[in-house]
Ligand binder design. Structure first.
Ligand SMILES: Cc1cc2nc3c(=O)[nH]c(=O)nc-3n(C[C@H](O)[C@H](O)[C@H](O)COP(=O)(O)O)c2cc1C
Length: 185
């Protein structure tokens, strides 16, 4: 079983990025489970002074979920041509963690316009030693669609794109695991 953790960069109710991740969970093939992480809004502001032997409980929970996942799917909007502060805050809590480096990541993007945030995310994630899986990274024009997850999953074009990305992600994760037995999740 491949276990993926989905992280949305938007806290907004009805967020197109969150809905895209929910649709991916509906479209997950047999042998893959996608769980959503919904704690980003509850994390404290990152402060290195808090990140010692006894980090905040919510941070430990996030790190545990990341460590237990075979890969992460991130879908993040663009705010003022950058990464939303709350999402960057979550990433900052993972910088010093042992769970994050080497983690396979599929970058989903619900807006073709959000190119600056995507570029910034790539730079940050690469700096954090993530493995961005390009074949599993997709951009879809969902900004004004107002679809729910079932609607997205039932849309032929969206479903084809998401399904292909998930299959590519599963292949990449299996390849990484074969190269490093015991090293994934
Ligand atoms: C404060 C703020 C700043 C934004 N800045 C940009 C921007 O620089 N570029 C862009 O393409 N969209 C920008 N947007 C639009 C959002 O990216 C867009 O509404 C997106 O759908 C939000 O994602 P969500 O639906 O997952 O919440 C901004 C929206 C907000 C609220």
């Amino acid at each position: 079983m491949i276990t993926l953790l989905a992280l949305s960069g938007s806290l907004r109710l009805g967020s197109s990025n969150t809905v895209l991740l929910e649709a991916a969970a509906l479209l997950a093939p047999a042998g893959m489970r996608i769980a959503a992480y919904d704690g980003i809004g509850s994390l404290p502001h990152f402060n290195p002074d808090l990140d010692g032997d006894n980090p905040p409980r919510s941070v430990m929970a996030l790190r545990h979920l990341v460590g237990a996942a075979d890969g992460l799917i991130i879908s993040c909007p663009e705010y003022a041509r950058g990464i939303p502060g709350s999402f960057k805050n979550a990433l900052d809590w993972l910088v010093g963690s042992s769970e994050f480096p080497g983690k396979p990541i599929a970058l989903f993007n619900a807006s073709p316009r959000a190119s600056d945030a995507q570029a910034a995310l790539r730079l940050v994630l690469t700096t954090m030693s993530a493995r961005i899986v390009e074949e599993a990274s997709i951009t879809l024009p969902l900004l004004a669609t107002r679809m729910d997850a079932a609607g997205m999953a039932g849309n032929v074009e969206i479903a084809a794109s998401v399904t292909a990305a998930l299959a590519a992600f599963a292949r990449a994760i299996e390849t990484f695991a074969q190269a490093e037995p015991g090293g994934s999740g």
